[in-house]
Design a protein around this ligand. Structure first.
Ligand code: NAD
Length: 369
């Protein structure tokens, strides 16, 4: 059988630096686990603009549609701040998400024991935390029409955004959440504001419909999103998978992410409908941006990007055991006290460089076989 295909888009700033370490990890799985990928690389964001005058060339978009999974570093940077909105680096990422129709955004919030002190919450609240937020990504109030800022003809103005969800948009993201729950703790909590929003009532009804008709084996609960925010900081370990709309998901996933400490640790996946192969359309990327303040200094933490590849192993390539192997290797390295600068606290020793963190993870992987 042909090798699975991966398109790597390192992007801007620290993107290429962290992606080099991921490439070494991919090579390790090829050499040591017989898990070979056909990897191609291309430009996105400012790097694509510099070469093509657009943040994502059509040919790159075509490649992204054709491969089994896309792995992206980060886009953006001060050099591109004054560009026209239509060609800003972020537009490249948005085009990928839109044209691949990546409707389910998966944001794990996992707290490695060695980093439990980094959270702003008490250690026992976050130690061992492992939850997954599934955010609807392609609809809702960020896209609904009508939208705009209008004159009220009385000397004032008013702003409009529209929260709009269809049955199918809710059902497909609910299915994604239930499928995930089956591979994890088998629990889904759906969050909306059914108490004050009709779209919230529909959300609750449709999630319940999917549950009753297709996923009765999974435990489902509902929560108003404001209570969800409180519960996330009160006792986050009560959750397994949370599914919610685009706006609430935006806020709740950032809140959950910070339970775990550094931005340099957070992976993500954005999944769409299954392709002919049965694999979902998929884009994997760290949550962080291009970090211009540390670009080119060897300070970037590659773990978020490496864990994004672990998500690809699990969700695109059905290699859950190998994903766990990689996650355990990262956990081991952290337990051994290896730290990039973003993971240092007062009194800690000397930070390692991006490449040294990669070296340590490869050594920990070697120790697993
Ligand atoms: P950022 O995530 O790039 O950086 C925020 C802070 O976290 C910085 O101090 C940075 O040094 C640190 N940081 C981030 N990732 C790190 C890592 N892997 N290791 C160590 N430290 C890390 O966010 P920002 O500064 O608000 O934005 C910088 C640029 O990135 C902007 O152009 C922004 O538009 C873009 N951005 C892109 C994405 C993306 O590509 N998905 C996401 C967010 C921001």
């Amino acid at each position: 059988m042909a090798n699975p295909t991966l398109l790597i888009l390192p992007g801007d700033g620290i993107g290429p630096e962290v992606m080099s370490e991921v490439t070494r990890v991919i090579d390790w799985f090829g050499a040591k686990r017989g898990l070979k990928f056909d990897v191609s690389e291309d430009l996105v964001g400012g790097a694509a603009y510099d070469t093509h005058g657009v943040p994502l060339a059509d040919a790159t978009m075509d490649k992204a549609q054709a491969v089994d999974a896309v792995l992206l570093g980060a886009v953006g940077g001060p050099k591109y701040d004054d560009l026209d909105f239509s060609v800003k680096p972020e537009r490249g990422l948005l085009r990928l998400r839109k044209e691949m129709d990546l409707f389910a955004n998966l944001r794990p919030a996992q707290c490695f024991d060695a980093l439990a002190d980094f959270s702003s919450l008490k250690k026992d609240v976050v130690a061992g935390l492992d939850i997954m937020i599934v955010r609807e990504l392609t609809s809702g109030v960020y896209f609904g029409e009508p939208r705009g800022i209008f004159d009220d003809n009385e000397g004032g103005r008013f702003g409009v955004n529209t929260q709009r969800y269809t049955t199918e948009e809710i059902r497909r993201v609910a299915r994604a959440a239930f499928e995930l729950a089956r591979r994890r703790g088998n629990k889904v909590c759906s969050m909306e504001k059914a108490n004050v929003m009709e779209s919230g009532i529909l959300w609750r009804e449709e999630v319940t419909w999917v549950h009753e008709n297709e996923y009765q084996d999974v435990e489902l609960s509902h929560m108003y999103a404001d209570n969800g925010a409180m519960q996330l900081v009160r006792w986050p370990k009560q959750f397994d998978v949370i599914v919610t709309d685009n706006l609430f998901g935006d806020v709740l996933s950032d809140c959950a992410a910070m339970l775990t400490g550094s931005l340099g640790m957070l992976p993500s996946a954005s999944l769409g409908a299954p392709m002919e192969s049965g694999r979902p359309k998929a884009l994997y990327e760290p949550v962080h941006g291009s970090a211009p303040d540390i670009t080119g200094q060897g300070k970037a933490n590659p773990i978020a990007c490496i864990l994004s590849f672990a998500m690809a192993l699990r969700y695109s390539f059905d290699q859950g055991d190998e994903a766990t192997r990689l996650e355990k290797a990262v956990e081991q390295v952290l337990a051994d006290g290896v730290r990039t600068a973003d993971l240092m606290q007062k009194g800690d020793g000397k930070p390692v460089s991006t490449t040294q963190m990669g070296d340590a993870i490869l050594a920990a992987l070697d120790a697993t076989i």
